[in-house]
Ligand binder design. Structure first.
Ligand code: DHB
Ligand code: MG
Length: 222
C-alpha cells in the first residue's frame, strides 16, 4: 500500500475543507501533552462525522469514548446551538483534558460530559427524561462494542444513525485465530451488525493518516 500517497491525499482533503481550526489543533496538542493515546479521529474523519450528523439532522448525539474531546467538538459543532452531545469517558483524567478543550472550542453549553463506565451510565441515561438519540458514535473500548451496539439501538429513535470507529484494524479482523481482545471485540461487533434485523448497515473501507481502519455505519430501522 502507498501510505505516503494516502497521507498526502488526506492532508489535501483536510486543507480543501479547512477541516482543522485552531481549537481542534489545541485539542490534538492537549492530548499529546497529557500523554494520552493518540487515537482521536483525523480531521477528515471529523468532517465526515459532521457531514453524517447533518445528513440525519442530528440534534441529540451520544458519543461513547470522549478521549480528549476531538470528535466531541466536531459533533457539537454539527448539532448547532440548539443541539446536545452526551459523551461518556471512563478515565476521569481524560475527561478533564477534554473539558478544557471543549470549553475552549466554545461548545461546552451543548456538551454533557459523563465520566465512568459506559455500561453503568447507559442504563442511567435510559431512566432520564431525555429525548432518544438521533445519532451514536461508538469509539470506546473495543471488547464491549457488542454491548454498546445494543445500548445504542435501545437509546435511539427509529431512523437514527450509529457509527462505530476502528472496525477493520489494519485488516486484523480477517484473522480467525486472533487472541487480541480488540480484534475479537470488533469481529463480534461486525458479525452482530451484519446479522441484526433492527439495523441496515455497511462498513466503509478507507485509508489516510489514521492508516487502514475505519467505520461501520448502521441505520436503525423505522
Ligand atoms: C485504538 C482505539 C481507537 O479508538 C482508535 O481510533 C485507534 C486505535 C486502540 O485502542 O488501539
Ligand atoms: Mg477510534
Amino acid at each position: 500500500m502507498n501510505a505516503p500517497l494516502f497521507e498526502k491525499v488526506d492532508r489535501y482533503i483536510t486543507q480543501l475543507y479547512e477541516a482543522e481550526d485552531e481549537a481542534l489543533q489545541f485539542t490534538r496538542e492537549a492530548i499529546i501533552k497529557a500523554g494520552m493515546p493518540e487515537h482521536s479521529i483525523s480531521p477528515i474523519q471529523g468532517h465526515f462525522l459532521s457531514f453524517m450528523a447533518k445528513l440525519v439532522n442530528a440534534k441529540h448525539i451520544l458519543e461513547l469514548g470522549t478521549l480528549g474531546g476531538y470528535s466531541t467538538i466536531w459533533l457539537a459543532r454539527a448539532v448547532g446551538d440548539s443541539g446536545c452531545v452526551t459523551t461518556i469517558e471512563l478515565e476521569a483524567r481524560f475527561a478533564e483534558v477534554a473539558k478544557t478543550s471543549i470549553q475552549r472550542a466554545g461548545v461546552a453549553d451543548r456538551v454533557s460530559q459523563r465520566t465512568g463506565k459506559a455500561l453503568d451510565i447507559l442504563p442511567q441515561l435510559e431512566t432520564e427524561d431525555t429525548p432518544p438519540f438521533d445519532m451514536v458514535f461508538i469509539d470506546a473500548d473495543k471488547p464491549a462494542y457488542c454491548d454498546y451496539l445494543d445500548w445504542a439501538v435501545r437509546l435511539c429513535r427509529p431512523g437514527a444513525l450509529i457509527i462505530a470507529d476502528n472496525v477493520i484494524r489494519e485488516g486484523k479482523v480477517l484473522d480467525n485465530d486472533s487472541s487480541d481482545e480488540k480484534v475479537l471485540g470488533v469481529q463480534a461487533f461486525n458479525q452482530k451488525l451484519a446479522e441484526d434485523d433492527r439495523l441496515t448497515s455497511t462498513i466503509l473501507q478507507t485509508i489516510g493518516i489514521k492508516e487502514y481502519d475505519r467505520m461501520a455505519l448502521a441505520l436503525v430501522k423505522g
